[in-house]
Design a protein around this ligand. Structure first.
Ligand SMILES: Cc1cc2nc3c(=O)[nH]c(=O)nc-3n(C[C@H](O)[C@H](O)[C@H](O)COP(=O)(O)OP(=O)(O)OC[C@H]3O[C@@H](n4cnc5c(N)ncnc54)[C@H](O)[C@@H]3O)c2cc1C
Length: 414
């Protein structure tokens, strides 16, 4: 018997590996660098039901076009002539209708429904998930923006959202870190935060405890095929025989799948984060709505994250984006630094990660077309930490039974 090989040691690949191992399947994770070194390292760690909306939404393309060449904008599109990128943008625009947005939102909310139960189950199985559930405060500078945001969330339901927005001077009282600039806010209780690095490490440990193997610094470079099936992988450490493969290589899944003639149109939605000690520190996860910046209480400090930068599938860190996030946050958290020149001394761990994005904003969790022992789990965009366990469980149900669970219908190859 050969193992099922999971390509990619990010949160999605490791969740899949965990559920494969708990189903009694021999599993080997192959990660070309270190575990979590892709998008799963410096993210904001939110585990939440209330942000299940796909990024393509009515008006998003106009918003993106207005941001052309403006690196301080929350959604930044670097002008470039790349036919694949232009085709992807065209599809993004096609997927931004109200109907597509609502369909996508419902599908993600449905997949997301068991998330907190699955996190609890992982903890019972010995995974140190690090999940805490402080709730998520949505803070806005504009009452109208807050009202609109709450209305969209209320129409999707499936989780507890308040009836009304708190406005005026009381708005800042929902969290000790909020400043008087905040004019509207509301709390979605029970939403969670994890330390993504510790989660990834503990998932890997769990795979090993269940008899699986986790190999770092081994890159997959191609596939070995016989009689229409993948029978092995070419790696930087030689050939590796396998019974099946799950490609969970984040934004690098596309070139890997292309070598199997499987098409996937993805772009990296680059996001940035850093860690800072604030006084007072946020007690909740914070969504700083108008500027689309987030803040998470993490290990006694605060992780601030944000931006969606479409500038190619690379991990180049543009310091201007860090400054833009820090400056945006001061509208909500007060002037926690005097001068952008001081930021390198004030913050820790500046980081950039590439969120894997398909043009409709939905992941692919499916069997690869034309390859009955190759599966794919990628494209989780802003929600890989949240959706990792639900993805892993549903995909492994599919692998084991051969029948696609209904909850995955919206996440087929398309
Ligand atoms: C700033 C920011 C904040 C975010 N905040 C949140 C949040 O609060 N909550 C949330 O749910 N999500 C959040 N996300 C999104 C989340 O981080 C991603 O959706 C998630 O990490 C994707 O996980 P993944 O396993 O699919 O990909 P990755 O973590 O990128 O993992 C893919 C792995 O595959 C490996 N790999 C690639 N090619 C090969 C190869 N050929 N051979 C072997 N290995 C290979 C890579 O090295 C990498 O480790 C955020 C993202 C960013 C950028």
């Amino acid at each position: 018997m050969s193992p099922v090989v999971v390509v990619g040691g990010g949160v999605v690949g490791l969740c899949v590996a965990h559920y494969l191992a708990t189903a009694g399947i021999e599993v080997e994770v192959v990660e070309r660098a270190s575990l979590g070194s892709g998008a799963s390292w410096g993210n904001a760690g939110w585990v939440c039901l209330s942000h299940s909306a796909p990024v393509p939404s009515p008006g998003v393309t106009n918003y993106a076009l207005r941001s052309l060449g403006r690196p301080e904008s929350p959604l930044y599109l670097r002008p470039r002539f790349d036919p694949r990128f232009l085709a992807w943008l065209w599809r993004l625009w096609r997927n931004s209708s109200e109907a597509a947005f609502r369909r996508g939102y419902f599908a993600v909310a449905e997949l997301n429904r068991p998330t907190f139960d699955l996190y609890a189950e992982l903890a019972e199985q010995g995974v140190e998930t690090t999940l805490t559930r402080p709730g998520l405060v949505h803070a806005f500078l504009s009452e109208a923006e807050a009202g609109h945001h709450l209305e969209v969330q209320r129409s999707m339901a499936g989780y507890t959202v308040p009836d009304d927005v708190t406005t005026g001077p009381e708005a800042r009282l929902l969290d000790p870190a909020l400043s008087p600039g905040v004019r509207a806010s509301y709390l979605v209780p029970g939403e969670g935060v994890v330390d993504p690095v510790r989660l990834v490490e503990s998932l890997a440990q769990s795979v090993k405890n269940l008899g699986g193997q986790v190999r770092e610094n081994v890159g997959v470079t191609g596939f070995l095929r016989a009689r229409g099936r993948v029978i092995g992988l070419r790696t930087t450490e030689g050939e590796l025989w396998c019974d099946g493969v799950v490609v969970a290589a984040g934004m690098w899944s596309q070139p890997l799948l292309a070598s199997l003639d499987v098409r996937l149109s993805m772009q990296a939605g680059k996001g940035y984060s850093f860690t800072v000690d604030l006084d007072p520190a946020p007690a909740h996860a914070l969504y700083l709505g108008d500027r689309r910046v987030v803040a998470s209480p993490m290990n006694g400090s605060t992780r601030i994250a944000g931006t969606m930068e479409l500038s190619g599938n690379n991990r180049k860190l543009d310091w201007r984006r860090i400054v833009a996030i820090a400056q945006a946050s001061t509208h909500y958290l007060g002037e926690w630094f005097d001068d952008p020149e001081d930021l390198p001394r004030r913050i820790r761990d500046p980081w950039v990660g590439g969120r894997p994005f398909l043009a409709d904003g939905l992941p692919v969790i499916d069997q690869a077309p034309g390859h009955d022992n190759v599966y794919v789990a990628t494209g989780h965009g802003m929600l890989g930490v949240t959706l990792g366990p639900a993805t892993g469980r549903a995909l492994v149900d599919y692998v084991v039974s051969g029948i696609r669970p209904a909850v995955l219908n919206a996440f087929r190859f398309r």
